[in-house]
Design a binder for this molecule. Structure first.
Ligand SMILES: [Mn+2]
Length: 366
């Protein structure tokens, strides 16, 4: 059988043959309209944007596997097979919302710092507060530009210490550098703390260095729920309940970053560094539901990263698509229940891009 994607072939919507054409339910076509290239294949109605799907096909520093640059496009293709009905929302997506799949980030930049700034420029217009960004990555190195863009969200309003980052991940990502690179995916959480976020809540962590363990121990901004506790066959239930309670107790704006390797490696075998002993799919779902239902917190954006197109079966990208869909559905539920409000006025699809040289300046300072 031909591989899903040829090695070194850039996955684009034109060179993928296995395009789902219609939503199928037990062999029956339930939706005639399937728009290629759109998340869930959903048609776009007007120029209004309630949810924007942003794609960061970024790969630079993945240490073990490769293929994260093709992940977002593979995830969008896989999303064509995700059911539109969400039982918690109680209706079919898009549930009256306008979901806009934006063109993917162009990947340009002559240096890593320039690429990070370009990602920041691509993301920032969608942090105006009038819509909900769902970002597909790309390796976890996308997190610092996301955090930098979130500065512009009205609930953050230039003060990143208001922001909590909830991180689902196998790895702590708290290294100071990896192979000399401080913007490696292995440093995503450290760089976010350096940017000034107020709180980091980690879930699923099971691969980390002694230095990272010490960082977690000493820094009061970090709360870590280790997989060895939440997944324990004897005491896991209590640890998991405590984790969900911490999520429900969050306050203020929250960004949810889902590194798919936080899930058990069996669910995401193609991701850069799959690790056994991770979260079940239902624990990831409960995490999403808990953080979005926190009465004093507002989830301002979500990213699903380290997606790699699996070749023999689309399981990895399909799992990622299921999580992104769940986040969208639960976000719409929060809107319905009055826990997410539009800030500012709707500015539609065409947005002004302001240039960023933050990361280039940071590199110069060092
Ligand atoms: Mn990570």
């Amino acid at each position: 059988m031909a591989p899903y994607i040829q090695p070194n072939q850039r996955l684009t919507l034109n060179n993928i043959k296995q395009q789902p054409q219609k939503h199928l339910c037990k062999g029956k076509v339930v939706s005639e309209v399937y728009v290629e290239g759109n998340f869930l294949g959903l048609p776009e109605k007007g120029s209004k944007v309630d949810i924007v799907v942003l794609q960061l096909p970024y790969e630079l520093t993945t240490s073990y596997g490769q293929g994260t640059a093709q992940g977002p496009a593979a995830c969008i293709i896989a999303s064509g097979q995700v059911e539109l009905f969400d039982s918690s929302l109680g209706e079919d997506l898009p549930a009256g919302a306008d979901i806009f799949t934006a063109p993917e980030w162009d990947g340009e930049g002559k240096s890593l710092a320039e690429q990070l700034d370009n990602m920041c420029e691509y993301l920032t217009p969608w942090y105006a507060g009038d819509c909900f960004p769902v970002i597909l990555g790309g390796e976890h190195g996308i997190l610092p530009p996301i955090i930098r863009a979130s500065l512009h969200h009205p609930l953050v309003n230039g003060e990143l210490n208001r922001l909590t980052v909830v991180q689902i991940d196998a790895h702590a990502d708290l290294r100071d550098q990896l192979d000399g690179e401080e913007y490696s995916h292995a440093c995503a959480a450290s760089r976010s703390l350096d940017l000034g976020i107020g709180h980091l809540l980690q879930i699923g962590i099971r691969a980390y260095s002694k230095q990272e363990a010490e960082y977690i121990e000493k820094d009061e901004r970090i709360t870590t729920f280790f997989a060895r506790d939440t997944q324990s066959p004897t005491s896991g239930e209590a640890a998991w309940a405590a984790c969900l309670q911490s999520l429900r107790n969050l306050e203020g704006p929250v960004h949810l970053t889902i590194d798919i390797d936080g899930l058990d490696g069996s669910l995401v075998p193609a991701t850069g560094t799959p690790v056994p002993g991770g979260l079940s799919f239902w624990q990831a779902t409960e995490t999403i539901e808990a953080v979005f239902s926190a009465p004093k917190a507002t989830v301002i954006s979500v990213d699903v990263n380290e997606i790699v197109a699996q070749e023999d079966t689309p399981l990895t990208q399909f799992t990622a698509a299921m999580l992104a869909t769940k986040a969208m559905a639960i976000h719409l539920k929060a809107r319905k229940e009055g826990r997410w409000n539009v800030h500012g006025s709707q500015t539609g699809r065409d947005r002004e891009v302001k240039s960023s040289d933050y990361f280039q300046q940071q590199k110069k300072v060092k």
